[in-house]
Design a protein around this ligand. Structure first.
Ligand SMILES: [Zn+2]
Length: 508
């Protein structure tokens, strides 16, 4: 059995990585590509937003099953906002202590509704697993947590003393499992987001590589590329990737070089989503678009009498309607479609109490390309079969999703890869009644909520949702699905570790 090193680079974009490998700007990535299987199209979920997409990477499930609906949503079962973004003004509105507790404890312990790759490995018993700086770490081993000094200073910040995770856990300034020569210390502090930073990931990973063989399964997460891509655009963020490339080179050298390393390990490497470029004037203010309706203040809970709650997730947004206002949704949809920054308005029929995607019907409306209604064709008439073998039935205009169908019923996607499956496995009771996506170059905002300047993501568009997937050192009997999806990564890792995945390929 080979061991697995899974490297997740936030916002890793195929359109940036491939030219950079060709010009030798990413020599280690290039070598890893040569040494195994490679897919240039590893498709994210919808919404292509970090907390939801990284959760899909580590569970192999879609949001409808893992319960994480973006970075910002309304949890109707608890009647509260869930916020996991990095926008300081929203965090202060929510309360810093609430945010930290949400991130540190509730995210893994309460909100996550699906087993992680760590839990499945640990259930198996014989293997050792490890996490480096990833927000999803739910496991079975208890670790003492320390609070950084600065956080202890913030009144009301009540941090956990113990966290449950894999056998070895390295989480920023909070958790560091001792190695042979003591607990490694990584660069952190307030200037490096308390250690949720590439420098800390590099420090921990190198300390592990120097102390001996890596565990059977190691997941290392590099967040910086997303932050820098948001600021300057993904193309100009290349230096961040070069730093990751250099770190991986060092780790592999510490372990005896590329040949030796790939005899023992498979390196899986991908991103959770990618980023498209923003226009200079990118902001689409949904409050303005929906000014004729009573909208709940950003980040606040329902008060009295409002029609709508809006949760922007960068280039997508969830709009919640009070159940007793749902009849009036056509007016809301019409208002959204008059806005030139809105690409698609997407919703599902919940009036009959349908919440299971097996029976749900999905609607995609656009301002310029007509409307489409589709559902999964479990039985009865099939209008098309996608590249994954899913059968679909629809009425209306496939142009809404830039899709085509041929005489053999083969369904092909253009700008919105795997759109039917991604929509059908996103919309649930957890998410808004209505989803909106932004046209290229645009990002949804609300008053007081920060928007990005260089790049962004969140929509179904290929530019928001296409990462490369590397599988260097993959045993000959395993192949990458083409195209690949981020939900294929956990099943693949389990196969390499010779653990029977729940199902070979996640498919509804
Ligand atoms: Zn991002």
């Amino acid at each position: 059995m080979k061991k697995v090193l899974l490297v997740i680079i936030d916002a890793l974009a195929t359109r940036v990585v491939e030219p950079a490998m060709n010009s030798n700007a990413l020599p280690v990535f290039k070598e890893l590509k040569k040494r195994g299987e490679y897919s240039s199209q590893c498709i994210s979920i919808f919404p292509s937003i970090t907390p939801a997409a990284t959760c899909s990477l580590v569970t192999g499930a879609y949001p409808i099953d893992h319960g994480i609906a973006g970075a910002y949503w309304y949890d109707h079962t608890k009647d509260e906002i869930a916020y996991f973004g990095a926008d300081l003004s929203a965090i202060f509105k929510e309360g810093f202590d609430h945010y930290i507790r949400d991130f540190q404890i509730r995210l893994n312990a309460e909100r996550l509704q699906y087993p992680t790759v760590f839990e499945r490995i640990e259930r198996h018993g014989r293997l050792i697993d490890s996490v480096v700086n990833f927000m999803w770490y739910k496991g079975t081993v208890s670790h003492p947590a320390t609070a950084p000094f600065l956080m202890k200073m913030i009144p009301g910040t009540d941090l956990a003393e113990e966290m449950q995770g894999p056998h070895q856990m390295y989480l920023g300034d909070f958790v560091s499992t001792p190695l042979d020569d003591g607990a490694p210390v990584a660069r952190g502090g307030i200037t490096r987001r308390f250690g949720f930073h590439d420098d800390a990931t590099a420090d921990y990973l190198l300390a592990m590589a120097r102390s001996g063989p890596l565990p059977d399964f190691t997941l290392a997460y590099f967040p910086n590329n997303d932050f820098v891509s948001h600021d300057v655009g993904p193309v100009d963020a290349l230096e961040t990737l070069q730093q990751v490339d250099a770190t991986l080179g060092e780790v592999i050298e510490e372990q005896g070089g590329m040949d030796r390393f790939l005899e023992e390990y498979v390196v899986l490497m991908t991103g959770d989503h990618s980023q498209s470029d923003l226009d200079e004037d990118a902001r689409v203010d949904l409050n303005e678009v929906l000014r004729d309706f009573q909208v709940v203040d950003a980040g606040a809970d329902w008060q009295n009498g409002e029609d709508l709650m809006i949760c922007p997730n960068m280039r997508s947004a969830q709009i919640y309607m009070r159940p007793d206002r749902w009849e009036g949704r056509a007016e809301v949809i019409d208002a959204l479609l008059t806005c030139p920054g809105v690409d698609q308005v997407i919703w599902s029929d919940f009036e009959n109490g349908l919440t299971d995607s097996d029976e749900a019907t999905f609607h995609v409306y656009t301002g310029d390309r007509g409307t489409l209604t589709f559902r999964q064709a479990w039985n009865g008439n099939t209008d098309g079969i996608d590249e994954l073998g899913n059968r679909w039935a629809w009425q209306g205009n496939l142009e809404t999703l830039d899709a085509t169908v041929d005489d053999q019923l083969q369904l092909r996607y253009g700008n919105y890869p795997n759109a039917f499956e991604r929509i059908a496995n996103c919309i649930s009771e957890q998410t808004g009644n209505i989803w909106v996506t932004a046209t290229l170059g645009k990002e949804f905002c609300l008053p007081g909520i920060h928007t990005n300047s260089g790049g962004s993501h969140g929509s179904l568009h290929a530019l928001d949702s296409t990462s490369p997937l590397f599988a260097a050192g993959l045993p000959d009997n395993l192949k990458l699905p083409q195209p690949s999806r981020i939900v294929d990564v956990t099943p693949l890792a389990l196969q390499i570790l010779e653990i029977q995945p729940i199902c070979d390929s996640y498919k509804r």
